[in-house]
Design a protein around this ligand. Structure first.
Ligand code: GTP
Ligand code: MG
Length: 343
């Protein structure tokens, strides 16, 4: 089972209480106040880690708490600070507030650390309240509670290109052939049950892009039917989408209706998704009915189509170059927008 969404509750440590104490020594029967301050509660940090594949650990243990600060002690002893905890999350994880649904934090890179919840301040010991007018203060304060919250952790895959299509279109086969990733492939639907990201290299151009294989979508995916819906979130952060069609129409499929359903599902899920640059890829061109189907398809759809075959490598080069071009275009736009926001 692949967990890309879990409910969790995290809590930072409470501050230790301040101490109320007076010095008592043999020849000092009325020694001054010496109650120390409490230690700070530990913080909760999250950090992105490419070695963490999914949220299984949090599914089985959804509650995490940082240590409380120790109370202050007599003889002016400060309580120890509570230990922080650092939770390692897959890169691309978003932390959402469970009540409001608002995103609180996200980790987008390996090693990126974010302070999620702050530990409470330690209380003040009575020694802190000594003044010229009050030599024997009886005040001290309690430690403050740490921040806490109920969250939803959601992985949203980060890749330049997202491959989407009906089950069995050949998405994983293509990823296997052109990238370093090796997702399972098979002649049955929903072979892929979690997104896999591979790197597509362009040695001559000194470029590389990342490509995500998304589990197959079905009609009604946007309404949460089948496996599809859970996985549409994984294309939200892709720069470019490849709509992969089985041009042979294996098992009675119709490429044109597949195309329309897929575009519609994207729109229904999130209008922004349908506005991303899309490349239409016609797979299985080695099969007997594919050329005829492609002709019919092109009559109805005016966008450029990239015919390929994962059996003969046909069309790979053209598709790869088109992907690079499309990704570089989006990167340039994003860079320009970033510069603008900095100015
Ligand atoms: N003839 C032919 N068969 C192909 C081609 N590409 C993939 N296949 C076959 O199609 C079947 C499905 O391929 P997958 O790559 O597992 O399909 P997928 O789109 O990843 O499917 P899901 O993971 O179920 O969504 C496998 O039996 C592949 O061998 C192709 O270009 N030509
Ligand atoms: Mg697959």
């Amino acid at each position: 089972m692949f967990y890309d969404e879990v409910k969790v509750s995290f809590k930072a440590g409470k501050g230790g209480d301040g101490c109320f104490s007076f010095r008592r020594a043999k020849y000092e029967p009325k020694g001054g106040p010496d109650g120390g301050d409490g230690g700070r509660g530990g913080n909760v940090y999250i950090v992105g880690d490419t070695n963490v594949a999914d949220l299984t650990d949090f599914h089985f243990k959804p509650g995490w708490q940082a240590k409380n600060g120790e109370p202050g002690r007599g003889s002016d002893q400060h309580g120890a600070n509570g230990e922080h905890i650092t939770l390692r999350l897959p890169v691309g994880t978003i932390v959402v507030d469970r009540d409001s649904g608002d995103p609180i934090a996200e980790v987008l890179e390996h090693g990126q650390q974010v302070l999620l919840l702050e530990g409470g301040d330690g209380g003040k010991g009575n020694a802190q309240f000594k003044s010229s007018t009050n030599q024997a203060p009886r005040q001290f304060t309690l430690g403050k509670p740490g921040e806490e919250g109920d969250f939803r952790l959601i992985i949203k895959t980060i890749a330049d290109v997202g491959l989407i299509g009906f089950p069995n279109a050949g998405k994983s086969t293509l990823l296997n052939m052109v990238t370093n990733a090796h997702p399972k492939t098979g002649a049955y639907p929903f072979t892929t049950i979690f997104p896999t990201v591979g790197v597509l290299e362009y040695p001559e151009q000194y470029e590389r892009i990342t490509v995500a294989d998304i589990p197959g979508l079905i009609e009604g995916a946007s309404e949460n039917r089948g496996l599809g819906h859970r996985f549409l979130k994984h294309v939200e952060r892709c720069k470019v989408l490849v709509i992969m069609l089985d041009m042979e129409g294996t098992d009675g499929r119709d490429p044109l209706s597949d195309y329309r359903v897929l575009i519609n599902e994207l729109k229904l899920y999130m209008p922004g998704l349908a506005r991303k640059p899309e490349l239409i890829c016609a797979n299985k061109m080695d099969e007997p009915n594919a050329p005829e189907n492609l002709k019919a398809f092109k009559k109805k759809v005016k966008e450029k189509v990239y015919p390929i075959s994962c059996v003969s490598d046909e069309g790979f080069e053209e598709l790869k170059q088109a992907l690079l071009e499309a990704v570089l275009k989006v990167r340039a736009i994003e860079d320009a927008q970033e510069d603008e926001s900095i100015d």
